[in-house]
Design a protein around this ligand. Structure first.
Ligand code: CA
Length: 227
């Protein structure tokens, strides 16, 4: 992997670089946040190891600015404090994982391997789902049918995505609740029916054939090979 290490503690940076290079990685090291952001924007990296407490610009800001510029490079954040607000702030800023200092170098390597696995899996996933003439672009967050753009809310999008990931397969209300609403206790189960109605109005009403099926007593399905 080609790795960017942003860490101002020189001895720690040297130790991390050494162990990464021993594992066969190519490592660039910078010692402050401004340089880290610049370097991450001009080079393609497979992963960024980013300290939080940095001169110039802190790690949260670096992560946030990278994500705001559309960079999806996996970020492993190094935090000196095992404080929950720090961890939450790191993940909110766009870090994929965090490691609390002091850490074992073997732990760092294990986290990097996990990040790399996840990145490879999402890169090999198709980013456009298709059922008939209906397309759902997961990166652009857009739905189109017969080339016409369909405006969906976030929940409508998530519900359509759940159905389109399982073409021809009946999904029960409770499966859909789990996938889209994550079993939020405040949600009533008829919300699924309500949102299916919204989706049909947008996706099926003006088009043929109708793609969303109600399977009485079971749940919902979108037409596909397995129907
Ligand atoms: Ca530091």
């Amino acid at each position: 992997m080609h790795i960017l290490l942003v860490e101002d503690e020189r001895r720690l940076a040297a130790a991390v670089r050494r162990v990464l290079e021993e594992e066969g990685h190519v490592v660039d090291v910078v010692y402050d946040g401004e340089d880290g952001l610049y370097q991450a924007l001009v080079e393609e990296y497979d992963a960024i190891i980013l300290d939080v407490m940095l001169p110039g610009k802190d790690g949260f800001s670096v992560a946030r600015e990278l994500r705001a510029k559309g960079r999806t490079t996996p970020i492993l954040m190094l935090t000196a404090r095992d404080a929950i607000p720090d961890r939450v702030a790191g993940l909110d800023a766009g870090a994929d994982d965090y490691l609390v200092k002091p850490f074992a170098l073997s732990e760092l390597l294990a986290r990097l391997r996990a990040l790399d696995r996840r990145a490879r899996m999402s890169a090999s996933e198709p980013h456009v789902l298709r059922v008939g003439d209906l397309e759902l672009d997961l990166r652009a967050r857009e739905a189109r049918r017969q080339g016409r753009r369909i405006e969906l809310t976030a929940k409508e999008f998530a519900l359509l995505e759940a159905l389109m990931r399982h073409p021809g397969q009946v999904l029960t209300r409770s499966q859909l609740l789990d996938m889209v609403w994550h079993y939020d206790a405040a949600i009533e189960s008829n919300i699924v029916d309500t949102y299916i109605h919204y989706l049909r109005t947008k996706v099926d009403k003006d088009f043929e054939p109708k793609l969303i099926r109600t399977v009485r007593g079971a749940g919902y399905a979108i037409r596909g090979e397995r129907v």
